[in-house]
Design a protein around this ligand. Structure first.
Ligand SMILES: [Zn+2]
Length: 463
């Protein structure tokens, strides 16, 4: 029998070649066409990935109606899942070369999708090849799920789970090593007031739900600019200008991702606080702005009863990514919460809605995906972390995070690589979603080895 290390070395060239085959296909989601629910590029990459799976020797390669594909070997009643994705995010400015023509530079594979997630997906697929070629007895089958809509809402896994059987245990090579054994819940909602008359002509802050905004602009009529200047005092976070009887205030905050807002300064909150401090608003409008200010008083969720501790995750956070005065005169306050297991998905909806209603707001749109958590001493989690440390010589511990991977959609799942916490990439190398996205070949090869060991040793774990 070939050793794992020999196999990895022998298959290195082929793995890199096949990653290049997938990177060469621009698989950014586009408008659906017949037989291609996520557009032609995504369909093309799905078919190419299926082709590679056939070449590697999987006994079944199945297309789940263009939404996902799977490659399977071994028992079908109980099987392990490995889920990655072949769709990518749009390209950004400033690439050295064509982002869809993979090239090597200083030990990195560069191209859109190399690290997220075409490289890791194929490393896991190639790992299965070792078990197939060396006739490793399979107590659990192996099923590689090829996702096609990870970047735009994960409707692919929802479709799969509604129509196909779930693996007994799944890992997704679409985050970091060693093992992500929990992810916070993500709740997002638009809270909208009734139309309000008053001094605010326009209000516009933030561009996305999942980012604490660094800029918010309000235009006011019939207010005293000096009252606002006085309220600003020495702060350098505001710019105030006057034109044609209107006063414009621009606030500058400090941006941050919704999952890590601790050092942020929310520009929306700066505006709300200033309007209240200067006391330039009246009645209903003042109440509407008081609500905004209250929401942004801190980043831990000032809605009654959502800010509990659970001992597994960091505290629940809640930020306001966007505020708007809408055309009909109503105010929109978009909130984005990353919540821990001290509250359920149903409860957070009820509680946010109840608090909003007290202030004259209602929930207009909401999106909610509950947290997942596997115990860090679960045999599979422990085993995978041990294998990572054995192969790399490191001493890392399983972690929880506020971001979201496929794992949150399954009952028994973790994220597993292949970014290494210890890796220091050269400055020119882009991370996932960035310009000059690159994947370290050394890390890829370690991941390849780790995935083989994992698939072999997971056969002994009871699921
Ligand atoms: Zn990804």
């Amino acid at each position: 029998m070939q050793t794992v290390k020999e196999f990895v070395a022998e298959n290195k060239e082929a793995l890199i070649r096949d990653i290049g085959r997938l990177v060469a296909i621009n698989s950014v989601k586009t408008e659906p066409v017949e037989g291609a629910p996520y557009g032609e590029g995504v369909r093309k990459v799905e078919l190419e990935a299926m082709e590679i799976a056939k070449e590697l020797g999987f006994t079944t390669v199945h297309d789940c109606e263009g939404r996902m594909a799977y490659a399977h070997v071994g028992p079908e009643d109980k099987f392990l899942g490995i889920i990655g994705h072949a769709d990518v995010v749009p390209v950004t400015e400033g690439w050295f070369r064509d982002p869809f023509e993979m090239f090597e530079k200083e030990g990195y594979l560069v191209g859109r999708g190399t690290g997220d997630d075409k490289g890791p997906l194929l490393a896991a697929m190639y790992a299965c090849k070792y078990l197939m070629e060396n006739d490793i007895p399979l107590r659990y089958g192996l099923r590689v799920l090829i996702g096609c809509d990870e970047e735009c809402g994960m409707s692919d896994i929802e479709y799969y789970l509604a129509n196909y059987p779930e693996p007994v245990f799944t890992f997704t090579p679409d985050a970091g090593f060693p093992v992500g054994h929990g992810e916070k819940g993500i709740y997002e909602a638009d809270l909208v007031s009734d139309p309000v008359d008053g001094k605010i002509v326009s209000l516009f802050g933030g561009l996305a739900s999942n980012v604490v905004p660094d800029k918010c602009t309000v235009v006011l009529k019939e207010v005293c600019a000096d009252c606002l200047r006085k309220a600003v005092g020495e702060s350098d976070r505001y710019e105030i200008s006057e034109k044609d009887g209107l006063v414009t205030v621009v606030a500058h905050g400090v941006a941050a991702h919704a999952g890590m807002p601790f050092e942020s300064v929310n520009a929306n909150g700066l505006i709300a606080d200033l309007l209240l401090k200067a006391d330039v608003l009246e009645s209903e409008e003042k109440k509407a702005v008081e609500f905004m200010s209250r929401v942004m008083e801190n980043v831990f969720g000032t809605f009654e009863g959502i800010d509990g501790e659970d001992g597994c995750f960091a505290p629940t956070t809640l930020i306001c990514g966007m505020v708007r005065k809408q055309e009909d005169g109503s105010f929109l306050v978009n909130v984005n919460s990353r919540y821990n297991t001290s509250i359920t998905a149903e409860d957070i909806e009820k509680k946010v809605s109840a608090t909003a209603e007290e202030w004259g707001y209602h929930v207009a749109n909401c999106d909610n995906s509950g947290p997942f958590y596997m115990e860090p001493d679960h045999p599979a989690v422990k085993l995978m972390c041990d294998i990572y440390n054995e192969v790399t010589g490191e001493d890392e511990k399983p972690f929880v995070m506020s971001g979201g991977t496929y794992a949150r959609h399954m009952h028994n799942a973790v994220s597993f690589g292949c970014e290494k916490p210890s890796e220091k990439a050269p400055d020119w190398v882009g991370g996932c979603h960035m310009t000059n996205e690159g994947l370290s070949i050394e890390t890829l090869m370690q991941a390849f080895e780790i995935y083989i060991e994992t698939l072999i040793r997971l056969q002994d774990v009871e699921f």
